[in-house]
Structures are given as structure tokens and as C-alpha cells.
Design a protein around this ligand. Sequence first.
Ligand code: NAI
Ligand code: MG
Length: 335
Amino acid sequence: MTQTITVIRGDGIGPEIMAATLHVLDAMKLDLAWEEADAGMVALEKHGDLLPQATIDSIKRNTIALKAPLTTPVGEGFTSINVTLRRMFDLYANVRPARSFPNTKSRFPNDIDIITVRENTEGAYLSDGQAVSEDGETATLVQRVTHKGSERIVRYAFEMARKIGRKKVTVVHKANIMKSTSGLFLKTARQVAAQYPDIECNEMIVDNTCMQLVMKPEQFDVIVTTNLFGDIISDLCAGLVGGLGLAPGANIGEHGAIFEAVHGSAPDIAGKGVANPCALLLAAGQMLDHLGMPDQATRLRNAIVATLEAKDNLTPDLGGSGTTTSFAEAIARRL
Ligand code: NAI
Ligand code: MG
């Protein structure tokens, strides 16, 4: 049966990288159909709403979305659409792979292959519980970690590891100091890990993890951690393998999933046709894996790697002089 995907073209470079991504996916002749929906600044201009009901309904109906970056207007009254979507659809697992690719500007060894599994719905990123005292002297932030939230994210990491043949899961925490929140996360992680004797599990305190990632990144396989630590660590990992143009992410829940690039709408290069489409293409690869098409996902990733290897029409961020379109065409030729 044809799977329909909600496609959100987004703002800034969004429409350019989405056109490039759909060009490659169409060339793969998959049993997928696209349903266009607006969100972000485009939607605000067209419908007077950053996140129109029709878009929410489309994601609900299809349960899978491929989303280009959205601009969140600076100012009062605008909450991030990304955060809203993650909450609305309870997309609790943020899965961010960072892999070495040929001919990138990474200064690290070529054998990095780390997947960060970040808790996406609780921890330090609650909108409630943030307050500044009237005199402006004191600010407070409530963190909330639950057994249920920790259990499902750690289980997600172990199940994923088992399914794709990964060997080790590192639980990253700060339970020595944040004894309540990080303590509960670690305790829960130990309980879950005990049910996966086939997968090595180790524990690492977050500050040491950052140092270890920079000194010896090849020791890491899968990392599972709470929201804030995962946000920071996944960007660190993207930096290890050559930057934002190659960093995809999946937001996954029980009843839906949204696939996107980690980067934003890049207003500085929007409209110039030079944005690197790889991050969104790699997110599409995660989507194919999620849809049970791992062979097609591998086919797509192999075409990207072969194009990078050949330095064929690479975009300027990778040191080439190709365009978004010519790079995508080069990838499509190698499928
Ligand atoms: P950004 O990620 O858009 O850009 C940072 C730098 O990386 C810029 O110099 C940009 O040119 C470059 N860059 C990003 N993607 C690239 C690509 N595919 N190819 C080549 N170069 C690329 O971050 P910034 O400027 O902080 O944010 C711009 C807007 O994007 C803001 O409105 C922000 O709220 C939004 N944003 C949206 C996200 C999403 O929709 N998931 C995520 C992050 C930011
Ligand atoms: Mg971030």
C-alpha cells in the first residue's frame, strides 16, 4: 500500500533542500506519496497561523512527516513550532546519528559512528516552571524526569541497538550532583539495561563524556540521555563529523514520527541555491528505515557517500562549487 508522507517545505533554505530531497526520493521510485502542508513563516503569511489545523490533521492522518527547517519569529507569543510538534505528537525519542563521511571538513578520524538518543519531552525543557522573581534577582527552572519517560527512552535506545546490530549503549547522566532527576534516570536505565544482556552498557558522567567525545570519539556507539544533555551532545557529535550540513534527526513517538535536518532555515544563504541538501536527505534515509525499507535507506546513504567520495558537485560548505540542485542530481545518478 502506498504510504503518504506529510511534506513541510518550510522557510529559508527549506523549499530548496526539500525540492532536492524529493527529486532524489522520486528517482528511487518508492511506493510513497507526498501530501504538502504549510508550517512556519510561510503558513503565517498564507493562513495567519504558524501551525495551521490542516497541517496538524495531515500529520495525524499520515503519522509520518518529512519537515524542512522552520523560522521561529523572534518576539513574544511565538513558541517554537518544532517544540510544539514534539509535544503535540508525544515524539519522545530524538534520534540523531553522526557518521564520518568522506571529504568533509571534519578534523577527526574517519571512523565515527555515534547515534545520540535524546529524551525529547521532559527534563529541563518544560515550559511550565520557568520563573524570574519580581525584582529580577532570582530565576528558577523546574526539571522533571519521570520513571515512565526514562524507561521508554532507554528502552528505545536498547531496542534500536539490538535491531540494527549496535554493540554498546552509553548512559550519560549527572547523577552525582543532580541526584533526584539524573539519579532517577540512571536508576531506571540500569533496570532496563539488565534486560539486554546481549548489549554492553556503560555509564558516563556528562562532562567527562564531552571530553571523551573530543579525545576518543570512536569509543562511542549509542548514547542515551536526558533532554538538555542530548541537545548539547548531539550538536557536539555533528561537529565531530563535519558540521550541520550532514546532521539528520528523527523525532519518534508511539503514534507518529517527524524527520528533519538538525540545522535551521539558514537565512544567510536562502534563495542562493547553495544549501547542502544532505542533512534532509539523510533524515529521509532515517524515514525509510522507520518505514521498514532498510535496503532503500542503505541505497540512499550509499549514493550520498559515493557522491562525496567523487567530490561531484559538492556544495560550498563542503568546499565544492555545486548547487543544491546539481548536488542532488549527482546523488540521484548514483542510486
Ligand atoms: P542555521 O542552522 O539556520 O544556520 C547556521 C549556519 O549554518 C549558517 O551560517 C547557515 O548558512 C549554515 N547552514 C545551515 N544549514 C546549512 C545547509 N544545509 N547547507 C549549508 N549551510 C548551512 O541556524 P540559525 O541561523 O541559528 O537559525 C536560523 C533560523 O532557523 C532561526 O529562525 C531558527 O529558529 C531556525 N531553526 C529551525 C530549526 C528547525 O526547524 N528544526 C532548527 C534550528 C534553527
Ligand atoms: Mg539543539
